[in-house]
Design a protein around this ligand. Structure first.
Ligand SMILES: CSCCC(=O)C(=O)COP(=O)(O)O
Ligand SMILES: [Mg+2]
Length: 229
């Protein structure tokens, strides 16, 4: 019996183009002025110190760190300090109505149905927990954060690491075999499956021939009650 569902965001609940063509450029354009204004103010001061630690350059200037962050954005590096800074910058965009968090139309009805059946819902994304709450708090369908019982980001570990899913299961207090993880990336699903979680892959675009996971085109096709124990 599935007792908890953990969902990825990018490519799973939300279009990858929203993240890459709207969110990422919004943060990239504002990052230099943002760092200039906020570098000595919390929480940015601590986030920058965490970045210095991550790159093992304790003496790095803010200009050095900006270069590093630009390189990380070019590489789509899932660096925790970068993700924290992006999340803070995105807040203005959501609050000012510059954009809303994209949701595929099949997502909200399915989440509501699963929740009504007593399944607890969680999010796991490389985007910071603050950024996840913004996306679902200012979504195309309004504030849907009441549906989620918790959020996980890279502080629990990287998404392709088996230990991250063990950590999530431990924090949920649910046996791994009763947790269903939804993602579009088979390497993330491989790690989750190795930790004992059940997996389903969302194929929102191109077929993934290298995957061994059950594949569906949308949340409509997911029937947690039919997953055998
Ligand atoms: C919270 S939406 C932004 C997601 C994000 O920043 C990102 O890098 C996507 O990573 P994911 O692990 O969800 O593919
Ligand atoms: Mg994804």
């Amino acid at each position: 019996m599935i007792r908890a569902i953990v969902t990825d965001i990018e490519g799973t609940t939300s279009d990858i183009r929203f993240v890459h063509n709207v969110l990422f450029p919004y943060a990239r354009e504002r990052l230099p002025a943002f760092l200039n204004a906020q570098q000595y103010i919390e929480p940015v001061k601590t986030i920058l110190d965490n970045l210095r630690e991550e790159i093992a350059q304790p003496e790095a200037t803010t200009a050095d760190l900006l270069d590093t962050l630009v390189q990380f954005m070019d590489e789509d590096r899932k660096s925790t300090p970068l993700k924290a800074l992006q999340g803070i910058i995105w807040r203005d965009g959501y609050v000012n109505g510059d954009f809303t968090g994209h949701l595929y139309p099949d997502v909200l009805p399915a989440l509501e149905k699963w929740k009504a059946k007593g399944i607890d819902l969680y999010v796991y994304s490389s985007g910071s927990v603050a950024a996840q709450k913004l996306l679902f708090g200012y979504s195309d369908e309004g504030d849907i954060t009441h549906l989620f019982s918790g959020y996980f980001d890279t502080l629990v570990g990287a998404k392709r690491e088996v230990q991250s899913y063990r950590n999530i299961a431990e924090q949920l207090g649910v046996p791994p075999g009763q947790i269903l993880f939804l993602s579009d990336i088979h390497q993330e699903l491989d790690a989750a499956a190795q930790a004992g979680l059940r997996t389903i892959q969302l194929i929102r675009g191109d077929h993934d021939a290298a995957s061994h996971h059950h594949q569906v085109p949308s949340f409509d096709h997911i029937k947690p009650e039919q997953i055998p124990s």
